[in-house]
Ligand binder design. Structure first.
Ligand code: AMP
Ligand code: DBH
Length: 586
């Protein structure tokens, strides 16, 4: 077992930590302890439903113990990083609770991540293990693991749920439970969550037991989750929204039941809602649209559902108004971030506030500042940059001092990159975004990350990735590309295929590619994304009839409501996530 590592990230100054403890936010609980308590209090209650499998709290507790013993026996221990990339299967919870118990840190990869991202997470965190399914959605994770492992001597273990191939079956490492000698304390790190980010590589978010559990308790109270609740995990379980708002971990904290949904299409999700008596779930806006349309068609009994949370990207007022009349449950908007701050509309808020705002913070001690470009606080009600600090918002990314200097103020406020305005009630309205990110129906794409991959193409001189408005996803990505002088002309599909073959998650492959001669530049010579976006909007206005299409793209391939790709959040993408149609569509 490796020695405990220091926390390589800034943490809360003592005076804040003391305040948060004194206020009763941080109660000294850990995830390992929480599961043990629930299993002791009601061993036979069902904790996890995955298809035909039903694990009680006692089952989950025992599996976590057996896996914890197995991990320790393999030399994995406190402070070690373990990249976990699992779809919505029960083993996800056995693995993460085993890691929580021994103080090893899950690094939460998404099922959609591919070789480039996985290799980066493993290398950057010096991960000792990588946990995967055998094949998921037609993709063989074992082959990816073999390739990644070849270059990473620190990555000693690949643990597979299912047929292990050349690796180790997760089921084979289980051992009889052992007494833990050095379980993690409540103030220690529990896991590393991923940021959507706006930089060249994703950033890692260090969350502690105490701070995260506080956000769960707060979320449960706000969303009325109690032991009788049934939470449907419709989004990828590793994402912060379905994990914690109030999510699967909130539900388990409450002693409630988690139902795992293998894909969020209305037919699959609605059948589970009906069969399992689901009371609460959370989705991104494009799914909420698909669900409202499907609910109007009828055919399922959704009467058990009390609350639908919608967040991850801006939910339009028009769409928000349709939720309760069609699905028959309450709507809660949620505006959150893996870095911390989570805002909810309250169940007893007036309807107008629920449909027009993105909610207010969980905690009375969530500090909100709305500032101009010079960090000067704006008058109440003005629109500006959202900065925040509080009892479950990180003070810095993991092992990223340079990012931290940019992403946090000197007094510890996180620069969210969101542009908001605050209503007299304290509710926030998200008006836009200042960070260089595309929010593709809740899936975040850092422009710089994709640009760097496009720039690696030998024919490319420069690239700029921006958002284009889209009726279904809210935004899609458009890559503007300048070819090198003398380079042979390329088709858009060549760039898309190039990015895909570099091993990036499908949702990061540009939806559109546009070749141009030059970019609009700002006064200081930076590419003006603002002008690029304006050019797109102008192009859209001219391209009447091809809803959502960027100039130059063939209409019809972009507007694909109803297409849902379970490896991603949503509705991915038609072309971006299917096999490249070899130039026929683009
Ligand atoms: P991440 O940092 O990857 O966890 O993504 C969090 C970001 O998602 C926020 O900073 C917002 O930009 C965006 N976001 C989340 N929920 C909402 C929402 N309800 N409305 C608008 N944007 C949202
Ligand atoms: O988008 C997000 O990251 C998000 C949305 C809603 C989130 O992290 C959350 C709730 O906790």
């Amino acid at each position: 077992m490796s020695a405990p590592i220091p926390v390589p990230a800034p943490t809360w100054p003592t005076e804040f930590a003391e305040r948060y403890r004194a206020a009763g936010y941080w109660r000294g609980e850990t995830f390992g302890g929480m599961l043990r308590e629930r299993a002791g209090a009601h061993p036979d209650r069902i904790a996890i439903v995955d298809g035909d499998r039903r694990w009680s709290y006692a089952d989950l507790d025992e599996r976590a113990d057996r896996l914890a013993a197995g991990l320790l026996a393999r030399g994995i221990g406190k402070g070690d990083r373990v990249v976990v990339q699992l779809p919505n299967v029960a083993e996800f919870f056995a693995v993460v609770f085993a890691l929580f118990r021994i103080g090893a840190l899950p690094v939460f990869a998404l099922p959609a991540h591919r070789e480039t991202e996985i290799a980066y997470f493993c290398a950057f965190t010096e991960a000792v293990a990588y946990v995967i399914p055998d094949v998921s959605e037609g993709f063989d994770h074992r082959a990816l693991a073999s390739r990644v492992r070849a270059d990473l001597p620190a990555l000693k273990h690949v643990l597979v749920v299912g047929d292990p191939g050349e690796h180790t079956a997760l089921a084979d490492i289980e051992r009889d439970p052992v007494q833990l000698t050095d379980p993690p304390g409540p103030g220690e790190l529990a896991f590393l969550q991923l940021s959507g980010g706006s930089t060249g590589v994703p950033k890692l978010i260090p969350r502690t037991h105490d701070d995260y559990i506080y956000s769960l308790r707060g979320s449960n109270e706000i969303c009325a989750v109690d032991a009788d609740s049934v939470y449907l995990c419709a989004l990828p379980a590793a994402h912060n929204f379905p994990l914690s708002s109030p999510g699967t971990l909130g539900a388990l904290y409450a002693g409630a039941r988690v139902v795992l949904c293998p894909r969020p299409t209305p037919d699959v999700a609605f059948a589970l809602i009906e069969r399992e008596g689901v009371t609460i779930t959370g989705v991104v806006p494009p799914l909420a649209l698909a669900w409202t349309e499907a609910a109007e068609r009828g055919g399922f009994d959704l009467s058990s559902l009390r609350v639908l949370l919608v967040g991850g990207a801006k939910f339009s007022e028009e769409a928000a108004r349709r939720v309760t009349p069609t699905i028959g449950c309450a709507l809660q908007q949620v505006f959150g971030m893996a870095e911390g701050l989570v805002n909810y509309t309250r169940l007893d808020d007036p309807n107008e506030l629920i449909v027009t705002s993105q909610g207010r913070p969980i905690s009375p001690d969530d500090e909100i500042r709305i500032v101009d470009d010079a960090d000067t606080e704006l008058p109440e009600g003005a629109t500006g940059h959202l900065l925040t600090r509080g009892p479950y918002t990180i003070r810095g990314y993991w092992n990223a001092p340079e990012h931290n200097a940019r992403s946090f103020t000197e007094d510890g406020f996180y620069r969210t990159g969101d542009v908001v305005r605050r209503l007299p009630s304290g509710h926030l309205v998200v008006e836009g975004r200042a960070k260089d990110q595309i929010n593709r129906g809740g899936e975040k794409v850092a422009a710089e990350e994709v640009e760097n991959h496009i720039l690696a193409h030998p024919s490319v001189h420069d690239a700029a990735v921006v958002a284009v408005p889209d009726a279904y996803l809210g935004e899609r990505t458009c890559a503007y590309v300048i070819l090198r002088t003398g380079a042979a002309p390329l088709k858009p599909v060549a760039i898309r295929r190039f990015v895909r073959e570099r091993g990036l998650a499908g949702y990061k492959v540009p939806d559109h590619v546009e070749f141009v001669e030059t970019f609009p530049y700002t006064g200081v010579g930076k590419v003006s994304k603002k002008d690029l976006r304006a050019a797109i909007v102008a192009g859209l206005a001219g391209a009447a009839g091809s809803a959502g299409a960027a100039p130059g793209d063939s209409p019809g391939v972009v507007d694909t409501p109803g297409v849902v790709d379970s490896t991603g959040f949503v509705g991915s993408t038609g072309p971006a996530d299917s096999a490249e149609p070899d130039g026929t569509a683009h």
